[in-house]
Design a protein around this ligand. Sequence first.
Ligand code: ATP
Length: 363
Amino acid sequence: MAYQETLATAPSYAVLAGIGMFAVVYLAGITSVSGGILAGVLGAGGIVFTLSAKYLHGGDYYPVISGILLVLIVVGYPEGITGRLHRLLSRIRPGERRATGPAWTSEPKVPARRVNGDPLFSTIGLRVRYGGIVAVNDVTLQVRRGEIVGLIGPNGAGKTTLIDAITGFADAEGTVRLGDIPVQSLRPHHRSRLGLGRSFQGLELYDDLTVRENVEVGSSAASRFPAARRSETAVLTSVLGLLELAPVADRAVATLSQGQRQLVSVARALAGAPAIALLDEPAAGLDTSESRWLGERLRSVRDAGVAILLVDHDMELVLDVCDRIIVLDLGTVIAEGTPQEIRDDPAVVRAYLGTPHAVTGGM
Ligand code: ATP
């Protein structure tokens, strides 16, 4: 508009014209870049407006038509026209099928353990550099269906960076596979739709939204898949129930305790019905009994069919719930094994766990 006006002064932008413009922007879709572009095409002075004024002589009716469309869109498709188009496109795009199928059932049950031999998820030679620092160095690991795998290591070992690399938040060299699908070239939201869920160390919750709304944000990642969409509400209810968040579902997360906020972030990672959930320090800020309780919930999640890669410094929790543990130090895997093997591994004790003698010696 500024370009058309050739002069950007306040009188050019009258209040009513501004409201009309806002209506078109909302109509097109305010949640995406493509919505902004479509608004430019539809808006006053745009191609659609110009053609309809020229050939249909509909210029005078333009505000009326856009007003009616706005009401319909607000009621039917709050994400706007492009939100609806994105959903339609993703349904017909072949590459957007979930590799692993929705692993989460609408009613988490506790069947017999079923660790499946084929890797559900793997990384091969994953490497992340930040300038001169190699934060993740040639990491190859696998997680099978039905497993909780712990990822431990001292501060700065590269655990969060590894999760960032797997989920697409950090640039990495190497291969990341979900089932037999290589996902390393996909963007984070595509990886999420294929079944990679994650939580964040800093929680990244929306403080002014309710617990339910925060968790719903996670479920929208899976909502483009018919099977997941059908069970979306059931999954949401079951995740809130599983983590005992149902009683606080309508409270703003800003009013919750740190422990409850941690659970909301785990619930959001699970709400997308992931095949594998990568949880970054979910027990941070929990006391011993809360952390034990969380461990039981994580077992239920695993038994419902979701594999878990668990990063945490709470060794009691990790040693208790994990089937296998991988130890990182300076970005490199230094050990891998059962909790007992890890507890007894001298390299791990030296790099991370420490001994009462070492503690005494250091004091
Ligand atoms: P913690 O247990 O404290 O969370 P961590 O094992 O998760 O630690 P990372 O946060 O992954 O470790 O950090 C690994 C290394 O990469 C550290 O040396 C850190 O300083 C460095 N690093 C992480 N993020 C960045 C970044 N964005 N830019 C530069 N260096 C980074």
